[in-house]
Design a protein around this ligand. Structure first.
Ligand SMILES: [Zn+2]
Length: 107
């Protein structure tokens, strides 16, 4: 039981999201600021497909992929429940759900 008049502790959550040039800037409820570049977010897409891709052994010769040749750009960012954002990318990829915790850990 919580003592009376103690507000329930809410996990840290974003107060503000802003696109600034090549970056996503997040202002958190604890007034921390996180700046993440779109390419970093795209490269660290947490969906199962991208995770499997990242866990593959690196090729002997670097292969430039289309997504790396073009700068990553978001088409839209939509809130998912109260814990995450879904980023839809201009390249059509949209299965990555970025939880608040994950966004914090990337920053
Ligand atoms: Zn993905």
């Amino acid at each position: 039981m919580n003592p009376p008049n103690t507000p329930p502790t809410r996990p840290v959550h974003p107060l503000q999201l802003a696109a600034e040039g090549d970056d996503l800037v997040i202002v958190w409820s604890d007034s921390t600021r996180t700046t993440l570049s779109w390419s970093k977010l795209r490269k660290n897409c947490p969906c199962a497909g991208c995770r499997a891709e990242r866990e593959k052994p690196a090729p002997l010769l670097p292969i430039i992929q289309l997504e790396e040749a073009q700068p990553a750009r978001p088409k839209s960012i939509d809130p998912v429940g109260r814990y995450a954002y879904q980023i839809k990318w201009a390249d059509g990829h949209d299965s990555g759900i970025y939880s608040f915790e994950y966004l914090r850990s990337l920053g």
